[in-house]
Design a protein around this ligand. Structure first.
Ligand code: SF4
Ligand code: SF4
Length: 316
């Protein structure tokens, strides 16, 4: 697997990053041993970069997988919603303790929206910069679903890494289309930002065209790496094959496709009802102010996911 330097950070990452949300309680909910096995398998296949977050609740899985490798060979990116000195200190301590490490390679502010949210979280950024000076963090960054935030990051030299949503049809980009996002990434890339994309399969919606979807992000010249969720060794093999040969062997593909898919609503649903209004199949309802799919009627078209302001619906 090709390794690249993540912008001006000097951090060397594999082209494919292990997106770890999938193994934790928000998706497959694997136990620590099972999850660690899949992560270790990915490491053994040349993936040296893993993306997590405080809310993924899977630091324990990663800690277990780290036991079998040299910590220095692995790049860990995590993120939190911290906004102040105190919340940043809490998030960093939690990550260090639960991951069983004495440094974090990349610490991101989760889901930044614009220059205003970056300003609003600046105390946390300052805390992370001090941690960087002490060698506890190697680089600071943001994750975002918005073009506005990708552009805003250019106003801060201290924001060295951007983790933006990017996929072939622009699912989940909240303030423009995929061309707009690529233009913003070009500016950030040229400013030396390290950029690794998220959701190349649009949260599962491009699964039927996985080859085309992955090829699309690989051709975006402003991405150093991109994170793909994986929740089984077959999915690791499929993704590695896509990178190495642009093709998933039929036997692996069959086993992956055999898995029953369903619509998952994350527990941060705010009950706005936008998904209910969008669905033409009566496939999702509000119950006690939370969206609940009706898998009898849902055809897994994913249209409701595009309309969710919180990006909490996924086909898994
Ligand atoms: S659109 Fe999203 S946030 Fe709104 S009710 Fe549906 S799942 Fe919840
Ligand atoms: S995936 Fe499609 S059919 Fe299923 S609830 Fe969403 S809009 Fe309705």
């Amino acid at each position: 697997m090709e390794n690249r330097i993540l912008g001006d950070t000097g951090i060397k990452v594999s082209e494919l990053c292990f997106g770890s949300l999938t193994i934790g309680p928000l998706q497959a909910n694997l136990d620590i041993t099972e999850g660690a096995e899949i992560i270790s398998y990915a490491f053994s296949k040349g993936i040296n970069f893993i993306d997590t977050a405080e809310i993924y609740n899977n630091y324990g899985h990663i800690k277990e997988a780290l036991k079998a490798v040299n910590r220095k060979d692995i790049v860990i990116a995590t993120k939190s919603y911290s906004y102040s000195n105190e919340t940043a200190e809490k998030s960093l301590s939690k990550a260090l303790k639960e991951l069983g490490t004495d440094y974090i390679d990349i610490f991101l502010l989760h889901e930044q929206e614009s220059i205003h949210t970056i300003r609003g979280h600046y105390e946390a950024i300052e805390y992370f910069i001090k941690a960087k000076e002490k060698g506890i963090i190697r680089a600071v960054g943001i994750s975002t679903h918005r073009i506005e935030a990708v552009l805003a990051a250019n106003q801060y030299r201290e924001i060295e890494v951007i983790h933006p949503i990017i996929n072939k049809i622009g699912i989940g980009i909240q303030d423009g289309n995929v061309e707009d996002m690529i233009n913003a990434l070009k500016i950030s890339y040229n400013n030396g930002k390290g950029i690794y994309g998220m959701k190349p399969l649009g949260g599962g919606h491009l699964i039927k065209d996985v080859e085309g979807a992955v090829e699309f992000v690989r051709k975006v010249p402003y991405l150093h790496s991109f994170a793909m969720g994986m929740q089984s060794k077959d999915e690791v093999d499929a993704n590695i094959n896509l990178i190495n040969t642009r093709y998933i062997p039929d036997d692996i593909k069959k086993r992956i496709n055999k898995k029953e898919r369903r619509l998952h609503v994350a527990d941060w649903c705010i009950g706005c009802g936008s998904c209910v209004d969008t669905c033409k199949n009566d496939g999702i309802h509000l119950i006690d102010d939370k969206a609940v799919p009706d898998m009898e009627k849902c055809v897994l078209c994913g249209y409701c996911a595009r309309k969710c302001p919180e990006f909490c619906i996924k086909v898994i």
